[in-house]
Design a protein around this ligand. Structure first.
Ligand SMILES: *Cc1c(COP(=O)(O)O)cnc(C)c1O
Length: 377
């Protein structure tokens, strides 16, 4: 079955008794059991809930994985990955990770004596050289957010395998439609479902998908023990969003390509970052591991003041963090989504102060182009 068809076919064993076409919202905390020693498929919603199970099975199937887990947010999902580590363990991560991830890695993991070392993970030799006996996990995003750098996921997967490390990939910027990290060697795929999976900016959620039974068992244990699972209503919203994932992303991506091209032609734009462009430094590598450029574009305005002015003056782009929604948004990562990056790391990363990030929606591209050309000048 092709992807568009799979989105309309639920991959779960959980089937509604009345054949409801939309998965019912099982808004219940607990489930009555037949007897004290006969337990049904579900007993308590923190441990498992039918609406959530349908979502978890569906995203797992779309990622080509066997086990899915839905969390209250992307950060709760990433936190669950870090629970696979022990005090003294170490994580290797590319320096251009999502702001919330570096806050978690820095301020929270430090308390558990788990150390994170940042490096330029586009350079595989740097990663190989950085591994020491304490290293347990390689954590990667590709494309990275917000600089849209491309990491060689297959290469990182091979390094992880050879060194016996866990390899986790945050696939939020691509979704299962455009990239499937498990096929490239990842053990765990993470999604901020808040972005493309939901697609309407109406809920937050996070997903983990794994193929390995032992890892899945651990993740299930963590999800249940910490009580970080996603509620049934939000699972329903994500299930609804998923049905139009391809339609939305096709439209967003087509729009994004035209906008990225127009930005490269604009004399007031210093540099455009979009992996869909043939001029992107690692366009070819991206094309070998993903099936499209997505719809997140970053560009450098002529100055930090200009970046802020553009964000303010654009009419059709809401000033908002997040991406992947039907509605176009604009943000200045330095003062918004990545303000949570510890100052020292922000300095080390050299995140340009004049960087503007666009998330392209499903509007008519002519209107978006006109708005940007009027605003940027
Ligand atoms: C938004 C985002 C997250 C965090 O997800 P939340 O749902 O906001 O908790 C993690 N990684 C990336 C790449 C993101 O864009």
């Amino acid at each position: 079955m092709k992807f568009a068809t799979r989105l309309q076919q639920l991959a779960s064993e959980v089937v509604d008794q009345y054949g409801a076409m939309a998965t019912p919202i099982y808004q219940t905390a607990t489930f009555e059991q037949e007897s004290a020693d006969m337990h049904g498929a579900f007993d308590y919603s923190r441990s498992g809930n039918p609406t959530r199970k349908v979502l978890e099975d569906q995203v797992a199937a779309l990622e080509g994985g066997a086990y899915g887990f839905a969390f209250a947010s992307g950060m709760a999902a990433t936190t669950a990955i870090t629970r696979l580590l022990r005090p003294g363990d170490e994580i290797l991560a590319d320096w251009d990770v999502y702001g919330g991830t570096s806050r978690l890695f820095g301020s929270i993991l430090e308390r558990a004596n788990i150390r994170v070392r940042y490096l330029d993970a586009t350079d595989l030799q740097q990663v190989r050289d950085a591994i020491n006996p304490a290293t347990k996990l390689i954590f990667a995003e590709s494309p990275t957010n917000p600089l849209l750098r491309i990491l060689d996921l297959r290469g990182l997967g091979t390094i992880a395998k050879e060194a016996g490390l866990l390899f986790a990939v945050d696939n939020s910027t691509m979704s299962p439609y455009l990239q499937n990290p498990l096929e490239l060697g990842a053990h765990v795929v993470m999604h901020s479902a808040t972005k493309f999976l939901g697609g309407h900016s109406d809920t937050t959620g996070g997903i983990l998908v794994a193929n390995d039974e032992a890892i899945a068992k651990e993740l299930r244990f963590v999800q249940n023990s910490e009580g970080t699972a996603l509620g049934p209503l939000d699972c329903f919203l994500l299930l609804r969003g998923l049905k139009t994932l391809k339609l939305r992303m096709d439209a967003q991506q087509t729009n994004a390509m035209k906008i990225a091209e127009a930005l490269t032609q604009n004399a007031k734009v210093q540099q455009v970052f979009f992996p869909g462009l043939a001029t992107h430094a690692r366009h070819e590598l991206h094309a070998q591991q993903a099936r499209g450029g997505g719809s997140v574009i970053s560009f450098r305005a002529s100055s930090p003041e200009e970046a802020n002015r553009i964000a303010k003056d654009a009419q059709l782009f809401a000033i908002a963090v997040s991406f992947g929604s039907t509605h176009s948004t604009i943000s200045v990562p330095h003062s918004m989504s990545h303000a949570s990056v510890p100052a020292a790391l922000r300095e080390q990363r050299g995140l340009p102060l004049d960087l503007v990030r666009l998330s392209i929606g499903v509007e008519d591209v002519d209107d978006l182009l006109e708005d940007l050309s009027r605003t940027i000048g």
